[in-house]
Ligand binder design. Structure first.
Ligand code: ATP
Length: 308
């Protein structure tokens, strides 16, 4: 039996360029791995089968479309295994369709878990390539820490970071579809006259002030530099997120932003005590389903022992 713990991500910068001919957007994406984590346990099985537990388990597909199952099949195919056998159990803590790349995390965890269960010893660079085939956010879940993602987000460069930052995540009821949020971003850009094509919106660059704040471990400077080009689109599709963001700021957060494509909202706190107080205030505010205090950066998908 192999258990892999894998982190959720928050995008501390999500710069969205114009729409490319292939339907994707060029991104300047600074990923940050946080302590909110799923655990994927692989045991020997017949074919590829799945189970899932956790508050959002009913929303997780248990068929071949699940990213953990797709990852297992892709790894088997890469090694020419004709008859791969594994049962994957996902203990899900990352909100589903929450903008924290939970499905991608499970895909990365399944790659690592099946690689160990089947004794394949796949080089890390090859796992990263397989991860990129599965989805734009999957390679980062393998890498963890803090990284700059270019292209669709899948071309990664680890970034220097000092110390620990304290975060709170407010989980909403229900999810938002990532493609729908990108479409809304394009629509809002057309509406305000900016235009949504590559000619109209140049490929964004990482913000030097943000990179410096990460490198020096300065939460106040990081708070000032947090930026998400998808935030307006997520709030447009889910106007109640404005109340959640406001409640966290009122409770003392240094900054508030929508996590990726939402609807999870992320709050940066000055320290662990402040994060705990903000989580309590957010839960009591009635503007979210629940709120978790956590920290980061943390490592990517890692083999360990299951949490009891
Ligand atoms: P991202 O931030 O990468 O856009 P997200 O966090 O908003 O993603 P996910 O939790 O990854 O969203 O789920 C998006 C959709 O992917 C779900 O609605 C579900 O249908 C599908 N899915 C496939 N595999 C999984 C999985 N292992 N866990 C959760 N959802 C999965």
């Amino acid at each position: 039996m192999i258990t892999v713990r894998v982190p959720a991500k928050v995008n501390v910068q999500l710069g969205v360029g114009g729409l490319r001919a292939d339907g994707f957007h060029d991104l300047a994406n600074v990923f940050f791995a946080v302590g909110l984590a799923d655990e994927v346990t692989a045991t020997p099985g017949d074919g590829v089968t799945l189970t899932c537990t956790g508050p959002d388990a009913v929303s997780v597909p248990l068929d071949g479309s699940n990213l953990a199952a797709r990852a297992a099949r892709l790894l088997a195919e890469h090694h020419g295994l004709a008859d791969p056998g594994v049962h994957l159990h996902i203990a899900k803590a990352i909100p589903v369709a929450g903008g924290m790349a939970g499905g991608s995390a499970d895909g990365a965890a399944a790659l690592v878990a099946c690689d160990a269960l089947w004794g394949l010893d796949t080089p890390f660079e090859v796992l990263l390539e397989l991860a990129a085939e599965l989805g734009s956010d999957v390679p980062f879940a393998l890498l963890g820490g803090v990284a700059l993602g270019r292209g669709r987000g899948e071309i990664l460069e680890a970034l220097p970071v000092s110390g620990t930052f304290h975060w709170v995540f407010a989980v909403a009821d229900g999810g938002l579809s990532t493609p729908a949020v990108f479409r809304e971003c394009d629509r809002l850009r057309e509406e305000d006259g900016t235009g949504s094509s590559l000619a109209d919106v140049p490929t964004p660059d990482p913000d030097p002030a943000l990179l410096a704040a990460l490198a020096t471990g300065d939460p106040v400077a990081l708070a000032a530099a947090l930026a998400n080009d998808l935030q307006a689109a997520a709030v447009s599709l889910r106007p109640s997120l404005a109340d959640t963001l406001h409640a966290g700021t009122e409770a003392g957060a240094l900054a508030a932003l929508v996590s990726g494509s939402g609807p999870t909202c992320a709050f940066l706190a000055k320290d662990a005590d402040a994060a705990r107080a903000i989580a309590v205030a957010l839960t009591a505010s009635g503007t979210c389903r629940t709120a978790h205090a956590t920290y980061g950066p943390v490592p990517g998908a890692t083999i360990g022992t299951p949490t009891p």
